[in-house]
Design a protein around this ligand. Structure first.
Ligand code: FAD
Length: 380
């Protein structure tokens, strides 16, 4: 990994705790969790006990009161350990802020501190079988019925759903109002009649990260669980939050690139081909030089983006640029790094093989890279 001037001694102490937890309590179980296609629920409770959930959430809610670099530390440490599947960032830095920023006082009081301890784990459900990139086309409906909404519809590709106690669900409260007809409802999954957790889908990479289908058949959700208490705000809330989600994906892409390059350089220094170390062959050395340069550029750009985010100046276009560029480069760099390993690079037991497969998701999730370019293009 490349050293960063942005880390304080406090970040480094936090890093030690994350590293201990990931290497001692997660890595030994990786294969079993990958087989189960999920990280067990009690791992979340343990992470909460250790103060590893919600590092940015305000201390008044039991969060760490830290900054975006704390989130990056977690991503770096789990990536270094070859465990990009721990989706703590999804809960802590993507979903919790929906409630922290847009929730009513009652919603904040009911959920935030329990999310920080890991008592409540969360997921967010936007995508449907017929609506991914085009979110306005969602068909899930929430129809008011007294003090409740009746939620009906279907979602797919939902991360964390197998372990989630709370799911923020995007639904149409007014199907004739376009983007202004979308609202976000907080569904408590325990005893939710009419809610069915569908298949836990098998994936090419990120295998221990669960990804599920969801079905809603007239599920009663209290009106008090309408995020922010006002109908029709959902699309705006999603659009406001997506830049940070994309920044987090850029963090993961840069961390994957750096780790892949470290591993490929180390391998090229030990592998002998035609009587020489692989790195002594110019083609391999040049390839690694290019990879290291790209990863270094990625780090510099990422830190610039994080600084803009901390200053409150990171906008939708920045999010789109950071996400498409870093995830695209991560795939290119990791493909070159895998090639350095020859046949071993294609074996699952080698971390580079898993990185290569895990990184591919970055070009799809959080809005595809084509959609990112469309967003940037429209802003020119
Ligand atoms: C492992 C995983 C985890 C996920 N987790 C979640 C989650 O937790 N919550 C959630 O809500 N969603 C989640 N998603 C869904 C993800 O956000 C969507 O897959 C993504 O937004 C793309 O939608 P789609 O799959 O329907 O593809 P489509 O929208 O059908 O796109 C298909 C292709 O068409 C291209 N395309 C679409 N529109 C345009 C256009 N206007 N111009 C040019 N090209 C275009 C796309 O770029 C893509 O290449 C997850 C997905 C995966 C794979």
């Amino acid at each position: 990994m490349i050293e960063s001037p942005h880390y304080t001694p406090e970040h480094e102490i936090f890093r030690e705790g994350v590293r201990r937890f990931v290497t001692r309590e997660c890595v030994p179980h990786r294969e079993a969790w990958q087989k189960d296609c999920k990280v067990p629920r009690d791992v979340w409770t343990r992470a909460g006990e250790l103060g590893l959930l919600c590092p940015k959430l305000g201390a008044e809610w039991g969060g760490g009161g830290g900054d975006a670099y704390h989130g990056l530390v977690i991503i770096e440490e789990q990536t270094r350990a070859g465990f990009s599947e721990l989706a703590f960032y999804l809960h802590s830095d993507i979903i919790v802020p929906y409630i922290e920023l847009y929730g009513t006082d009652d919603q904040k009081a009911r959920y935030l501190s329990r999310m920080a301890t890991g008592e409540l784990v969360s997921a967010i459900a936007m995508t449907e079988p017929g609506a991914g990139s085009d979110l306005q086309a969602i068909r899930t409906r929430a129809v008011r019925d007294g003090d409740h909404y009746l939620l009906s519809g279907q979602k797919t590709f939902i991360s964390n759903a197998q372990v989630a106690d709370l799911i923020v669900v995007a639904a149409k409260t007014d199907p004739d109002a376009g983007s202004r007809g979308v609202s976000l409802l907080i569904l408590e999954t325990a005893d939710a009649e009419g809610f069915t957790l569908g298949r836990n889908l098998k994936k090419v990479g990120c295998k221990a990260q669960d990804t599920s289908e969801l079905f809603f058949d007239n599920v009663r959700v209290p009106v008090a669980n309408l995020l922010g208490g006002e109908e029709g705000r959902g699309f705006y809330q999603l659009m406001q939050r997506l830049p940070e989600e994309r920044l987090i994906m850029a963090m993961s892409a840069v961390a994957q690139m750096e780790c892949g390059v470290d591993e490929a350089v180390a391998y090229a220094k030990t592998r002998k081909v035609f009587g020489q170390r692989l790195i002594d062959h110019q083609d391999a050395r040049f390839k690694l030089a290019e990879c290291r340069t790209t990863a270094t550029l990625g780090r510099a750009y990422l830190e610039r983006c994080i600084d803009l985010f901390i200053e409150g100046r990171f906008d939708a276009r920045d999010g789109a640029m950071a996400k498409w560029w870093t995830t695209e480069k991560a795939c290119e760099v990791l493909d070159d790094c895998l090639q350095i390993f020859g046949g071993y690079g294609y074996m699952k037991e080698y971390p580079i093989a898993r990185r290569w497969a895990d990184a591919r998701l970055g070009r799809i999730a959080g809005g595809t890279n084509e959609i990112m370019k469309d967003l940037i293009g429209r802003s020119l």
